[in-house]
Structure formats: structure tokens, C-alpha cells
Design a protein around this ligand. Sequence first.
Ligand SMILES: [Mn+2]
Length: 338
Amino acid sequence: MQDIEAIGALIGHPQTVLITTHQNPDADAMGSSLGLAGYLRKKGHRVTVVTPTDYSQNLHWMSGNDDVIAFDEKVRVSVSQLIQEADIIFCLDFSSLDRIRELAPMVRQSRAKKVLIDHHLEPELFADLALWDPTAAATTQLIFRLIVQLGDKALVDVPIAECLYAGLMTDTGSFRHSNTTGDVHRMAAELLDLHIDVSSIHRRIFDNVTLDKFRLLGYVLNEKLKVLPEYKFAYITLTDAELKRYRSKTGDTEGMVNYALAVEGVVMAAILIDRNEEIRISFRSVGDFSVRNLASTHFDGGGHRNAAGGRSKLSLAETEKKLLSVVPLYQQQLLETV
Ligand SMILES: [Mn+2]
């Protein structure tokens, strides 16, 4: 689905636009939201970015961040009004409405034209128009494609380019995951030609870690990381009490699963986190082993082949037990993965 021309027609004259993205937004979610917002503002639109939850401090440097509204109960009335008044709602970096939590019913009921821009598999068909491409490495890649194909590349300035680069850099694992294509590097090159400071962007995102987050990571690596060599599998569980003990904030557990995957010989990793109303699970894998398949079959989830998410209404201990009963079903595949 690449409704670029129709999206171009829709934004052909100034409108009231609302942009939203998934809960606990990451750098691609915020980079695509604020990059698109910057572009649309230059085109004369009235733009508001609303996130379903707050997000990590290391993303607050992005241009336009100060005007972002992070949903909580205190702003329910004003957010609901903004959604009702919008002519267009852009839904970025997610493809099923349950990922925007409390915003979902409001967006569903809104009279606005809904435009989905995303690279996750299996989109829910709630939008009127879509720029959906699961082969894209990042949603910011699709935002850049949209802007370029609409002939507006000249509107991409340094603040917009920084937002787009941030999403591209993080969703490719700093240009090392298997989604790093020639197109990804060509886009990075075009952004670099605008004289963005890539070293500074990298530092702002990755070398900006709170001491609490590092202490939590130290505890997890010491006490919570379990490795099952017979399945080439490693995993971490985190209780609510542990998160509180380390004053964990939104985004503090982001990327933690990658440490489990980095253990010698491991080809699949998971982190199970008690988020009160449910257990959220992040899966990572290497090579041909599909964690998306495992997550969608057993944990009501989805995502990409090598990065997927799932959930469970069981307790943390019961979820762990279930996972440990599921993993052996994949033993042969896991052992064949290198
Ligand atoms: Mn993304």
C-alpha cells in the first residue's frame, strides 16, 4: 500500500493535522512524528503530536518536542477535543490500534481521514490511506520517501533531517541489522549532505543514560539473565518491584533484551516485564529464526522476523513457565540457526 499521491492530495492545502504513534515511543516513533510534523508545518498545516504515553528523556532533544502532548488522564478532555477537531490523523510506526491504548477509541470514532505510515507486518485495516511497506527499515524512511516523492525534498532542513536520521539509525541498530539496505545508506547519505551532526545525534540517544538505568542493567546482567545453551536461548524477567527499586522510567528497559542476544552462542532472546495490567515480552533473534512466528502463535503478538513483541495476562511466573514450555518446541530450528 503506497498511497503517496492520494496522501499528497490530502495535504495539498492547509489542514488541522494530528499525528500519533505507538505507546512508549522509541526514536523511530518520535523521529517520524516530529519529522513529519516539521514538514507539515512548513506546508502551512496546523499540527499537533500526541503520544499515548510519555517517552524516554534521551528523545527530548528533537525539534518540536516541547509541543508534544503525552496522554494522561489530566489531558483526556483536551486530547479528545483535538482528535475530534482534526481533519487528518497520521498514525505512525504502528499498525494496530491497540498500540495507542486510550487514544484508540477516540481515533476510531474520529471523522478525520486516517493515514497509516508504518513498516510492521500485518496491518489492521483501520486507515483510509496507507504508506505501508514492511521492507522499510524504519518509519522515518517512509516519511522521507513521502516527502521526496511529493517533490518537497527542499523542505527537509537540519531539524527535520535530525529526526529522520534518528529513526533510521536506531531501527537499524546503528546500521548493522539485516534491514540495513543500500536505500537505507542512500537516505543516510542524503541527510548527511544537509550537514547534520551524526556523532552528536548518536551521543544524544545512546550516551545519555541515567545512572539508575545503568544500575538496573548491572543488576539484570548479574542476577536476572538466564542462558539455556541447549536451546541457544537467553532470557530476562523483571518484576514491578525490581523496576521500582531502580526507579525505572519509561524507556529504561529498552534495548535490554539485546544484551541477552549478545551472549555467545545465543540465537534467540526474550525479556519478560511485569507492566501491572499485563506481562509484556520482547523477543529478538538472529538469522532465519522467526520470533514473530513464535510471538504470534503463543503470545498474542507480532512484529518482525528478528524483533517481535508479545503479551500475557498470566502472572510473571506463569508466563515464564509457559515460555519455557514453548521454547523446546522450536529446539531443532534454534539449534540449526547460526
Ligand atoms: Mn519503527
